[in-house]
Design a protein around this ligand. Structure first.
Ligand code: NAG
Ligand code: NAG
Ligand code: NAG
Ligand code: NAG
Ligand code: NAG
Ligand code: NAG
Ligand code: NAG
Length: 509
């Protein structure tokens, strides 16, 4: 099994120099190997399976009423705690940054969106990730699937950020069967360059063409679980490629939905049901390995569903990459016998950044960072108590002096300068999704989400006292704004896979 481990592989790797430096500078070296030096003591460990699904909409799952079949997930949600106000950033990289750091994207420079494969940056290197902290505490830590937190140098990649093993891809999206990423950019003089993006630890995997990534990732999760010593705590970060575009799924799932006429919706449904089955396979492996009773599952989408590619967030407004509820209110649940109360719906407000302190406290790891945005919500979700969280930041983004963003305080939501694209309500029952037209919006919007969760009634001109209070909270939040890293890191042609033997690879920043 030696070759399967990040911290050992460098001995055999051609990039030995870089990785030897990494290892010498401390950080991740070796701590995952010894096993049970856990700060949480020698009693039964708590395993954590964090399932992050890509681009899964609010109305893409059975338990929210969708026409898409998710029997495995429905049952887990029903037996666990269904979260109805679990807020997530509205696109891929910011969410992953929030999970890894416990900080809002606008506090770590990730507020502008996804990291393109030509941008020379990643999750800032002074962030101690949740994986590093769990690894130090004696957890076996595994990252499977999509990374999307930077890869221009090895320091940004999963093996250097707290994971004992990695099996997956560095970028944001690619073909689910060939595992090749095509990217079109002006830095390539308008050409569409293409390269393989798939690795086991740091090594390229070249013999996986034709295997559907959902099946490959499930098989890897099952293998790791079956080989795991159940007395050592395990953290598995299962960051699925499903159900992100391109819309592809094995035929048997596509055949299940012949009645869905909209082509994108049809394929999305097939992908979601394939993902559901794969998760059933993984939970069966946990039972077989006798880890089930001690595993906490966190299941969450990374952002709202993209309505332009078959997702729906009905009845919520908007889409992925918008400030509306449809972009941020995520399909999510937790499941596990360590929850004190189960089989209920939790309506309290939580945010992605909360998993960091919550899971670390469950693992017995003390976090004393003073600049964390996350709050420990364990007692709240485990006992159906009111949430310690009363407010959060949807996002804050400055472009040429213009602020676009949103904040929440109790039932109030303030938006300034939201983008108008995909600002409607999209119901899959319509034969086709409506035109994604741009309707002019006002630049200041105020909603009472208790009375109006679907954001139909802008109260900015009537509730002027509330508007003033929210504006002052917005200004306060802006005081800690960190400049965004996309703006500071222009695209470069150096990442061209042609320079790296046909693969998207570290080594260009
Ligand atoms: C990381 O570095 C940035 C920029 O120097 C700094 O503002 C921030 O406070 C640092 N964060 C941590 C967690 O050390
Ligand atoms: C991957 O497999 C497909 C289908 O068999 C084939 O057309 C394609 O050339 C293969 N790609 C690579 C890079 O091997
Ligand atoms: C689930 O497991 C079954 C039985 O091993 C297998 O046939 C199927 O392909 C798996 N499904 C997925 C989506 O991985
Ligand atoms: C898991 O819990 C159930 C019910 O509490 C118990 O019957 C079963 O023996 C436990 N399994 C293991 C492997 O401890
Ligand atoms: C579990 O629930 C019981 C009954 O509601 C309560 O008395 C107890 O404090 C809870 N324990 C924990 C650890 O939250
Ligand atoms: C959870 O708490 C809410 C709000 O206090 C309450 O309405 C609901 O009945 C509780 N549910 C359970 C199962 O305790
Ligand atoms: C544009 C359009 O036709 N929207 C309709 C989609 O279906 C829902 C639910 O039946 C209607 O409320 C919308 O008006």
């Amino acid at each position: 099994m030696m070759f399967d481990h990040c911290t050992l592989l460098f001995l055999f790797s051609s990039a030995a120099t870089v990785q030897a430096e990494q290892s010498a500078s401390g950080g991740s070296g070796g701590s995952g190997l010894g096993g049970s030096g856990s700060g949480s003591g020698a009693e039964t460990p708590i395993h954590i399976l964090f399932i992050l699904v890509d681009d899964l909409g609010w109305f893409d799952v059975g338990w929210n009423g969708a026409e898409i079949k998710t029997p495995v997930l429905d049952q887990l949600a029903r037996e666990g705690v269904t979260l109805t106000q679990s807020y997530v950033p509205s696109v891929c990289t910011p969410t992953r940054g929030a999970i890894m750091s416990g900080r809002y994207p606008y506090h770590i420079g990730l507020q502008r969106g996804g990291i393109r494969p030509t941008r020379p940056f990643g999750l800032p290197l002074n962030i101690t990730t949740i994986a590093q902290r769990l690894q130090t505490a004696g957890y076996s830590t595994h990252a499977i699937g999509k990374w999307h937190l930077g890869f221009c140098k090895w320091d940004y990649t999963p093996c250097e950020r707290g994971f004992d093993t990695f099996f997956g891809f560095y970028g944001g999206g690619q073909d689910h069967y060939t595992h090749r990423k095509k990217y079109h950019s002006k830095v390539f003089h308008g050409a569409r360059v293409s390269g393989l993006d798939f690795r086991r630890n740091r090594r390229l995997v070249t013999n996986i063409n034709g295997t559907y990534s959902m099946e490959a990732f499930a098989a890897e999760a099952i293998r790791l679980i079956s080989e795991h010593d159940k007395h050592t705590p395990m953290y598995m970060y299962l960051s699925l490629q499903a159900v992100h575009g391109p819309l592809q799924a094995p035929k048997r799932f596509v055949d299940m939905y012949k009645e869905i006429k909209n082509k994108n919706r049809h394929m999305k449904a097939a992908m979601v049901t394939a993902m559901d089955e794969a998760i059933g396979n993984i939970t069966a492996a946990l039972e077989k390995a006798e880890m089930w009773n001690d595993t906490l599952i966190v299941f969450t989408t990374d952002n709202g569903g993209p309505v332009n590619s078959g997702s729906s967030n009905w009845p919520l407004r908007g889409s992925k990459a918008t400030l509306w509820e449809g972009g941020h209110r995520g399909a999510a649940f937790v499941h596990g016998k360590m929850l004190n109360k189960t089989g209920y719906v939790y309506n309290g407000m939580i945010h992605t950044v909360d998993w960091y302190p919550t899971l670390l406290s469950l693992a017995g790891v003390n976090v004393d960072d003073t600049d964390l945005d996350g709050m420990n919500v364990w007692d709240a979700i485990s006992n159906n108590k009111s949430s310690p969280r009363q407010s959060f930041v949807y996002n804050l983004l400055l472009t040429d002096e213009t602020l676009s963003g949103g904040i929440r305080f109790n039932n109030w939501k303030l938006l300034v300068n939201p983008r108008s694209r995909r600002s409607e309500w999209y119901n899959p029952a319509n034969a086709s999704f409506p035109e994604l037209f741009r309707k002019p919006l006002s630049d200041t919007l105020l909603f009472d989400l208790d009375a109006d969760p679907t954001e139909h009634h802008n109260l900015a001109s009537t509730k002027t006292d509330v508007l003033a209070m929210m504006m002052s909270r917005l200004n306060e939040a802006m005081e800690s704004y960190v400049p965004d890293l996309i703006k500071q890191n222009p695209e470069t042609a150096k990442s061209n896979p042609a320079n790296f033997g046909d693969a998207w690879s570290p080594g260009w920043c």
